[in-house]
Design a protein around this ligand. Structure first.
Ligand code: ASP
Length: 587
């Protein structure tokens, strides 16, 4: 029978007691972590969010009887006196390991069923079981630490923005469709039959309207909803640090976000040196084959086209003559790979989509998978790629972007294989000057690469109609260790340019009016130049916590299959609810 809390008042958390507390009368409240009954004495580890303390029961018949009833995860209150542990039981791994509490009273506040997995041990448990019993999973050290880190990060963010004159302003969750390019979640209106709210994919339009409203500097730690097909490690709802500033240039946004990230990194005791690196999108693709390059390691891609323009190797020569490229990178120490290891690599490359990956060993004379290549050409390629005698040069040819992107994938795969992804390094990078638009062959249309409110570079505006593919945007992404952790832009603040942009995107006047009419109208009432960014909280905390999945830093995540296994959502609703919402389910 559970006992009431009664007069028990917690004096310390279970992680607080130190040698200085010896002699103190204390009360601890928490869960039974472990019990060890050694006959004459019983040791009970008691746990709460703060940590674990050892409680000892000895020479007390009545208490021994209580201790015998204890099982893992019972909730107890213990009062007693702190004493130094005997030399042989000091536990240097535990913050409270020098002391223990000699129990005077143990009150069983609640019993617990045997949990489906051990809380006290970090033994592997299937993710489905962990998610079904998330309340138990959350009791384990790993998640307690992750959720604690997440809290500290969001608090640091709030303190920082407050100190810098940003106001936290809430925006609606029941809103109108927003233009981030994903599918909306819709909420049927009971009051307005046949009409729907959309959950915000982001507060984009609202935060821009807040700038029109003169709010000057806004931030919000906000949930966003995107009904996307579940790619690995996505969530239907995720949290952003959303920011907007009036009178902003890209530099002003970097100037606010860089010290913010510096503050955030202090939560894991990391120094970040500013300014952060910047790289134009075109360079990122060219040199790293990615718009989110991982800069913890080199393996930089070099253009080798000039070496092959007049070479004896007809295939490459032709590709270069047709406007394509030859590119490659040197794998440091790659000359040690055996022939069969190289064959495996070439096979792997094929699976990635390479039509041919060519290798060169810098031996005397150099050796290559292509016999037709002369020593002179091979040496020129090795030199240009700055390959040393220990390296292995890998090359491919084809259209510029596609070739770099394939090499970029291979670069990452090799870095993983060679253990170059140092978990202790944190490399930030701004990727800038993204293309404004991208063309989709499927429907022969231009789409915004970011969203339709992104401003083109001033010098590129004139090409919006004549050469849209070359127009660069005042858009930027913040990348950390090869993950995009944020993205934003300076916005269009001129109503006429915004209308031109919608037209470019094939959004007709009527559709624009219908979807964004209120916003287009607002733009006409004195809109200041403005810009902003959104940073992904889940991803940032996951990287800081050293977790590869964002599910490990979200208290109640959904499965990769979009299910809440604990609460059992989504689920059917009763007929009355459907009727009220004017909905009929069609089977
Ligand atoms: N609303 C954008 C997003 O969620 C970010 C921004 O442009 O500020 O990706």
């Amino acid at each position: 029978m559970p006992e009431p809390l009664g007069n028990l008042v917690r004096t310390h958390t279970c992680g607080a007691l130190r040698a200085d507390d010896v002699g103190a009368d204390v009360v601890l409240l928490g869960w039974v972590h472990r019990v060890r009954d050694l006959g004459g004495v019983t040791f009970i580890d008691i746990r709460d969010r703060g940590g674990v303390s050892q409680v000892v029961v000895r020479e007390n018949e009545a208490l021994m009887l209580v201790a015998k009833k204890l099982r893992s995860e019972f909730v107890i209150g213990v009062s007693g006196v702190v004493q130094r542990r005997s030399e042989d039981t000091v536990n240097a791994k535990l913050a409270t390991g020098e002391v223990e509490v000699l129990a005077r009273e143990i009150r069983i506040l609640n019993e617990a069923k045997t949990p489906p997995f051990q809380i006290a041990e970090d033994s592997p448990v299937s993710e489905d079981i962990r998610l079904k019993y998330r309340y138990l999973d959350l009791r384990r050290t790993r998640l307690q630490q992750n959720i604690g880190l997440r809290h500290r990060v969001t608090m640091a963010v709030r303190r920082y923005f407050d100190a810098n004159g940003f106001w936290e302003i809430e925006t609606p969750i029941l809103a109108k469709s927003t233009p981030e390019g994903a599918r909306d979640f819709l909420v049927p209106s009971r009051v307005h039959p046949g009409e729907f709210y959309a959950l915000p994919q982001s507060p984009q339009i609202f935060k821009q309207i807040l700038m029109i409203s003169g709010m000057d500097r806004y931030f919000q730690i906000v949930r966003c909803f995107r009904d996307e097909d579940q790619r690995a490690d996505r969530q239907l709802e995720f949290t952003q640090i959303d920011v907007e500033m009036s009178f902003a240039r890209p530099e002003s946004v970097y100037g606010i976000i860089e010290p913010l990230m510096q503050q955030v990194m202090k939560e894991i005791r990391r120094e970040v040196h500013l300014p952060m690196r910047r790289m134009a999108y075109a360079d990122a693709i060219g040199k790293y084959g990615s718009d989110k390059p991982d800069l913890r390691f080199g393996l930089e891609i070099t253009d080798l086209s000039e070496v092959f323009r007049d070479s004896e190797f007809r295939v490459f020569k032709q590709i270069v003559a047709d406007g394509g490229v030859v590119r490659g990178f040197a794998v440091p120490g790659g000359n040690k790979y055996t022939r069969s290891q190289i064959d495996v690599l070439v096979d792997q490359a094929k699976q990635m989509g390479f039509t041919g990956l060519i290798w060169v060993r810098p031996s005397e004379p150099p050796l290559s998978s292509v016999k037709a290549l002369t020593e002179g050409t091979l040496r020129a390629a090795l030199d240009r790629a700055r390959a040393t005698a220990d390296d292995l040069l890998l090359m491919a040819a084809g259209p510029a972007d596609a070739t770099s992107k394939l090499l970029g994938q291979l670069r990452l795969a090799i870095a993983k294989k060679e253990n170059l992804l140092d978990p202790d390094k944190f490399e930030f990078l701004w990727v800038t000057e993204f293309p404004l638009l991208e063309y989709h062959e499927e429907d022969g249309r231009w789409y915004s690469m970011h969203h339709p409110f992104t401003s083109p570079l001033d010098e590129d505006v004139d090409k919006l109609e004549s050469d849209p593919g070359t127009v660069r945007a005042k858009a930027y992404d913040l990348v950390l260790n090869g993950s995009e952790i944020g993205g934003g832009s300076v916005r269009i603040h001129d109503a006429a340019l915004q209308a031109r942009m919608f037209k470019r995107l094939g959004i007709g006047d009527e559709e624009a009016r219908d979807r964004f009419g209120f916003f287009l109208e607002a733009l006409e009432y004195g809109t200041p130049p403005h810009g902003g960014i959104a940073l992904g909280v889940d991803r940032i905390v996951a990287i800081l916590a050293g977790e590869s999945s964002i599910r490990e830093v979200i208290a109640f995540p959904k499965t990769a299959n979009a299910l809440d296994l604990m609460a059992g959502a989504p689920s059917a609703v009763d007929a009355k609810q459907l009727r009220e919402l004017h909905l009929k389910i069609q089977n």
